[in-house]
Design a protein around this ligand. Structure first.
Ligand code: ATP
Length: 299
């Protein structure tokens, strides 16, 4: 089966500005992919190209193998929230959803189902203009999900959410992914979405600078993994034998293995360790290091 979302050699220039340059990545069913980059990196432009709102200068963006404009039933195939979900401030949350539902031939029972899913049933008759940012984000999500799409594209969904809101979003998106949804979420900060994504695509000035499962990215871009415990000397031998970078005597610092890889080796050889933790670099530092290492120019 093809990819839910596939971006291949995608580029977009606006006059002299190159917003996106030769970008390629995929999103598969059941995965949540974080699309990361500082402000102006080209995230929104990319999402808009995937959604057929901006025409690429070069390359392709497809949904289930076809361009968005060629989809038979876009509302039931892909849901998107751009701009935090634009809404009519005078309308109630329920009427907002009903108007979108009617435009797509979707019944009012689906509206009620979604209000309950995003926790807005009690606030459904209040003016959406008076909603908190978190409530507006949830109304946007509900709108995107009206057609029960299996692909979801969210531009900065965590923006402005408090920790509780971010946690709610994380659980909500994970639930959808577990049901087979493919989800692409953009963010300008890694910390905001680190708890909710499986894989990350990092872009800077329109170009991809890293693509990997989050854990792998942390292991390679961060300060490594620290291991403590009675059997670290034996573990160091084993790791060196398979070519890993290992430093330290008492505590080991392993530069290029994920926690899972080290854990497997420990289990395989029945070693005893007391601690296995990522070293030093916070998520934000990892992200800054990745984006700054590119600042010297193309390699
Ligand atoms: N319609 C447009 N006309 C001209 N330039 C544009 C247009 N849209 C985007 N750009 C430029 O393209 C670059 C990428 O912008 P884009 O909005 O895609 O970045 P972003 O990563 O989404 O950033 P942000 O998080 O700030 O929205 C920026 O330099 C921006 O000024």
């Amino acid at each position: 089966m093809g990819h839910a979302i596939e971006v291949a050699g995608l580029s977009k220039t606006f006059g002299a500005t190159t917003a996106v340059q030769d970008l390629s990545f995929t999103v598969d069913q059941g995965r949540i992919v974080g699309f990361l980059g500082p402000n102006g990196a080209g995230k929104t432009t990319t999402l808009r190209m995937v959604l057929g709102l901006v025409r690429p200068t070069a390359g392709t963006a497809t949904i289930n193998g076809v361009a968005y404009v060629g989809l038979d039933d876009p509302v039931r195939t892909v849901g998107a929230v751009l701009d935090g979900g634009a809404l009519h401030p005078g309308r109630s949350g329920r009427n907002h959803l009903r108007s979108y539902a009617r435009a797509s031939g979707i019944g009012d029972d689906r509206v009620e189902e979604l209000l309950a899913m995003v926790g807005l049933t009690d606030a459904a008759n209040r003016r959406a203009g008076g909603y908190s940012l978190g409530m507006r984000q949830r109304l946007g999500l509900a709108t995107a999900l009206l057609g029960d799409p299996k692909i979801l594209i969210l531009d900065e969904p965590a923006n402005g959410l408090d920790p509780q809101g971010i946690r709610w979003l994380r659980d909500f998106l994970r639930h959808l992914a577990n049901q087979g949804c493919a989800i692409l979420v953009s963010s300008h900060g890694l910390a905001e979405i680190s708890q909710m994504v499986d894989d990350v695509v990092v872009i800077d000035r329109g170009r991809s600078i890293a693509q990997a499962p989050l854990e792998q990215l942390m292991a390679s871009a961060g300060g490594g993994m620290r291991v403590r415990g009675p059997d670290v000397a034996r573990l160091a031998e084993l790791l060196r034998a398979e070519g890993a970078t290992v430093s330290g005597d008492g505590d080991l610092v392993v530069g290029d293995r994920t926690g899972e890889q080290i854990g497997r080796l420990v289990a395989e050889h029945q070693l005893v360790i007391s601690e296995l933790t990522p070293v030093g670099a916070s998520l934000e530092e990892v992200f800054l290091r990745l984006t700054q290492s590119e600042a010297g120019g193309p390699s």
